[in-house]
Ligand binder design. Sequence first.
Ligand code: PD2
Ligand code: ZN
Length: 282
Amino acid sequence: MTQAITPDLRRWIVAQVQAGQDADAVLQSMKTSGWDEDVAIEAMETTLREHLQAQAHARQLPPGVPVPEPSMGEAPLYLDAGDRRVTVLAAMTAPRIVVLGGLLTDAECDALMDAARPRLSRSLTVATATGGQEVNADRTSQGMFFERGESELTARIEARIARLLNWPVANGEGLQVLRYGPGTEYKPHYDYFDPEQPGTPTLLARGGQRVGTLVMYLNEPEKGGATTFPDVGLSVAPKRGNAVFFSYERAHPGTRTLHGGAPVLAGEKWIATKWLREGEFR
Ligand code: PD2
Ligand code: ZN
């Protein structure tokens, strides 16, 4: 009979060592409970090696920073966004993701699309090598940026977001509107700036890292176009007026905030994105 090195066994081994047992004592206990010596040694070696690697990895992570966060302390059904009451539809803690209902009115969605439409062009993404902008095959939408506070409409929405997420208006980039046609998508990516890229210092000069993202759905595609979080198997339906918020306290994949815009299969998808910075965005 082969003896399996189960997750329970691994946890038990780590717990013994953390409690101060030396390796020989742990091995002896395993043998006493019927483990074959070779299997027991193998289980201890692999478990402790992986445990030490994970610990080292965790210690090398840069420290986390404060991030935007809705007031979820008392598990509310609704959040006060100043001029509007927003519904909490779903929430996840790690990664921090909150799905929000009724953030924008239909009239606000229409007004944003109308104001953006004549200014759309092929979406650019940040060119990480230089800190400039470039056309990117992973992002086949059309887009535009509003200036922060550009109109009464954008200022009103920005104030609402600031209240909802407890984050200063001044720390937000201008709203970006994106339009996806049939067949277009936004391949999975992280919204923070990759610390390894040479262009990142230039990007950080304007308000520091991105620490949170709010994607607001302005219309409804007929099929497809969900916002997906592949690391946690989550898919958020693009329902008009609703939004998905997520935050990331360090620029690291360990945040599991990889996310993408799934291909639009029929119809068009329009969104407005608010990216939130650590500091004042100028
Ligand atoms: O359109 C989306 O759902 C989407 C997906 C991933 C938007 C963004 N990222 C973004 O604007 O950052
Ligand atoms: Zn994104």
